[in-house]
Each structure stands twice: as structure tokens, then as C-alpha cells.
Write a protein that binds this ligand. Sequence first.
Ligand code: G6P
Ligand code: MG
Length: 619
Amino acid sequence: MDSQVDSENAYNSESLSSKLHTSITHSSFQIFRLKKMANFKVSRVGTTPFEGQKPGTSGLRKKVKVFIQPHYLQNFVQATFNALGAGRVEGATLVVSGDGRYYSKDAIQIITKMAAANGVRRVWIGQNGLLSTPAVSAVVRERVGADGSKATGAFILTASHNPGGPHEDFGIKYNMENGGPAPEGITNKIYENTTTIKEYLIAEGLPDVDISTIGVSSFEGPKGKFDVDVFDSTSDYLKLLKSIFDFPAIQKLLSSPKFSFCYDALHGVAGVHAKRIFVEELGANESSLVNCVPKEDFGGGHPDPNLTYAKELVARMGLSKTHSEPNPPEFGAAADGDGDRNMVLGKRFFVTPSDSVAIIAANAVQAIPYFSGGLKGVARSMPTSAALDIVAKHLNLKFFEVPTGWKFFGNLMDAGMCSICGEESFGTGSDHIREKDGIWAVLAWLSILAYKNKDNLGEGNLVSVEDIVRQHWATHGRHYYTRYDYENVNADGAKDLMAHLVKLQSSIDEVNTLIKGIRSDVSNVVHADEFEYKDPVDGSVSKHQGIRYLFEDGSRLVFRLSGTGSEGATIRLYIEQYEKDSYKIGRDSQEALAPLVEVALKLSKMQEYTSRSAPTVIT
Ligand SMILES: O=P(O)(O)OC[C@H]1O[C@H](O)[C@H](O)[C@@H](O)[C@@H]1O
Ligand SMILES: [Mg+2]
């Protein structure tokens, strides 16, 4: 009897002994159990607002030194609970996990205690606090707890592709019961709450949970039971992926001596899933995994899968300018810190994310069982190239152009209007969840490769990634595309540059005169505006979503300020040119785009406003 009592009340020994005494005097254990003391009490902690807790496109991202200030994280979490309202918090089942970056472990303990105090019924945590953003979305949508419970929302602890470590970034965002990021109505309310917050609730007496061991720990609070369920990070996500793709077909491709594969998680959370999915399930060689052990500081790197930051993969795939690789793998891919982004490479070949989504959409019905019944529609973000538009037209599919940010796809998917979508920012995904999904994109490509090679894994040449892309261009034309990023520039300079570009738009004639003075071989601008989007599902309007210059020959220049940086401003310049003639589609993209790049830089007075003579990253 004693040991049972002890284990249930281990955290309140003083009151326990007095109760125990009472129960023994009344010689009725039953009475004692019913009146059992709580494991924790609710403590109300006074606080004052912090400035700048406005969640951006993907939650709140700040330097760790900002987040670790006393009450900083707590204020944001309480503001979120208050914005959700008691109906979505009391009795709720909340997922709390992330990409494992520095400060995650502390944050998980704090959020768990605050959840308990706010009346949440269960907190679900991926083992070691690790769940990729797509895995969180899958868990929210698909996981069923041992007691039949379903998740009602999630705190995702990540700053995505931003570096991690004590001097780098931390982040937090809230996802709703559909597995997608909270809509603007909620994030605005969270922000309002952060400006007036006076107190937060936290459980006192609740111990830190051991997040490294799978299992359920149960506690008793003033409002009843509170469970912490630590579960395997990959099982639910894997189950969902298995229902989408033909795993045996992919396994056959991976085991073919003609094929070789490489995956770089850049020390982000995707490494955990990759080992299980690619190696244990699909039979890839363990040596094909690079940087797949998650690290709190991503090994000191920048966990963004692009040609600049995914250096090791780029070198392995034979794309490094300084290192020559004699025998690169046939296929390579990388992920960002939280595993929702992807970069796909072939042997010595880069697939632009804009082409990637178009090619996946073009082949999905044949190559991916989940889509065998047809696609409901496709969508891309505005700065993403128009390669997908051509596929949509060709296949007679519903098509949507939305502002940057994955949440805009969510509404379309919830309304059954969109199956596949993608962004130039290395995000690709489908309506299986409500986040982009890096591993899904890799499996989609492996499915296409498996499909195209289904009859020649024995004899004949392998149809390579490059073959698939070139074939696509030959059929649909090619969108030459590049993005120039100017990271961490002076915020006022960036604002002035944008204002200058908007002002120019008032006279297209003047713009064309300026352009002719810069390059006479560039076509005329026919339309210029700031992109605005009216959501076809809820009618909401998003303004100022990027500055566009549209040219007569289909070329486009787009300028945007990043919504995901944590310091200064980042200007993104997107340059695109369409070529239909087969003899013009094989050029080097930087070379093909050089005239438009020159126009963009001079028209925007980039160097004048940013004091930068070159971008930080070119993709
Ligand atoms: O605002 P940016 O830095 O260009 O980033 C834009 C990207 O941010 C996040 O990753 C969002 O999830 C993406 O949907 C979006 O494309
Ligand atoms: Mg990310």
C-alpha cells in the first residue's frame, strides 16, 4: 500500500504524510484515494509585457538570449493559451516538440508545466523532444493515444532553417487541430495578448519529465488528471507515408546497383526520421546518410538546404566549384533544421524547387498511389516560377497563386481544392498534412524515379534525375529561375528600396525607358504591382505580398522582404524567364538570366540602398 501511495503522490510528501496519517486513523484507504492530494498546484506568476512578440509567417523567432530572459517564453505561451480560449485548452491534448535546437529541452519542460496549470489534459512529446514539423502535423492529424485521445494542437519549437546554439535562434509556433499553422486571426490575438499580459499560470510541484524514455507519466492536478506521453518520433509519420507511397517500389530502386542515394539532414531533426525511413524501412545504406545526427547547434552550420549552405551534399553530388567528385550518387537531397524543406539534386545537377513541384505534379498520378485517383488542384506561392502553371494548364487542373507562407495552402487543402503545392523556398508538399514535408518530397522523387525505371533496373540505362528534368523542359518549356538573397541588411535601407520600387510602378513608361537604358535586349514591362491575394475559401485579403514587374515575354522580377529573419532585414530578389524553344532550353541559368539580373539590380538601386555589391546567397 505504501509504495502505491508513494508513487502516486511522490511530489507532495508533506501533505502526503498528513493525509496518510488521516487515512490510517480512519482506517479507510478508499477515502484517502478519493481525496488524494494533487501532484501539483497552480501558481499564478505576475509578469509584464515584452515588446516584439509578434509571430511572423511561422511563429515567433528570436535569438536564444532573448528567449531565455525570465518570463519571455512563458508570456508567449500564456498569450497563446489565452488566445485559444478555455474551450481549446481545458481538457486538450497538446503536442510539444521540435527540431531539437538549443533551449528546446528547457522550453519543453516550461510549456509542459504551463499546459498542466492551464488545464490541458495531456501533453504528447516525441522522444527526446524531437519531431520534424511535418511529423508534428502528421501526429496532430493521425495519432491516436492509448486511451483513444486525439491531439487538439501543437507547440512546435523551431526556428526552421536559422542556425541554432546559445548565440543563435530559437522559435515557437502554434499549430491547430488540422495540423496547420494558426491562422492570422489567432496569431493577431496572441500578439495583442502579449502586449497586455499580467500573469501566467504554471504548475508548482510538477517534476521535470524524462523526455528520453517512451511511456506515459500521470499526475494529478487541482482540475484532475494530467498525462505526459513520450512516444516514438517516427512511427505515426511513417505509417502515414506508407499509406501514400509504394514503399516496395522505392525499395527496389534503392537496392538496384545502378542507383545510388544520399541524404543530408544538416544535423536537423530530419536525421531521426531519415534513418528509420530510408535505412531501416527502405534498405538504403547507412553510409548514404550525412549529418543525420541531430545537434543543438546543427554542428555550427546553417541548416538551410540550398546550394550555399548544404556544402557537403553539394560536394558529394559533384556540384562544388572547388572540389571535383569522381563518382557522385544518382540522387541527393537535403533538409532544413525542422525537416519541412528539401533540396533535390541529381548527379552534378540542381533541380530548382519551382521545377521540382511542377515535375512532381506532372507525374504524381502515375507514380504515387495516393494520387492515382487524380489531383484536386495545384498551387504555388507568388514568387515561385510559373512552371507549375504550365502543368496545371496541360492537365486541366485547378490552379492557385498564393502569397508566400505555407498557411495559405492550408485553406485550399481543407476545402478540397488542392492536392500538391510548392514554393521556391525549398518547400514542397501535399494535402496529406498541413505543413510542407521534406521527406515527402524525397519520397515523391524516388517514386518518380522508380516509375520511370520500372522496366530497366535490370538492363538499359537508368533514367536519371537530369533526364527527367530535361524531358520535362522539352515538353513544357523551361523557366530559368534564380533567387538573390541579401541577408541581414540595414532595415531602413531595405524599406527605402521597397518604397522606391513601389513608387516606380506608378509609371510603366518611365520604367521601360529606364530598362532600355540599362539593357536594350530585355523585353518591356507590361504590368507592375504589389501582389494582393483574396483567399477563395474565406474571402480574406492579404495585401503588400511582394513587388512584381511582369514582362511582355513572360519574364518576371519580384522583390520581397523576408518574413523569417531574426535580425535586420533580408531582401529577396526573384528572377524568372520562360523559354519554349527547344534549342534555347539548355543554357546555364545564371548566364541566361544575366540581362534580367542586371536590370533588376540597377532598377532597384540595390547597391545604393544596401551597400552590398553582391548577394549573400544565390540559388
Ligand atoms: O519570408 P521568407 O524568409 O522568404 O521565407 C518564406 C518561407 O518561410 C517559411 O519557411 C514558410 O513556412 C514558408 O512557407 C515560406 O516560403
Ligand atoms: Mg523549416
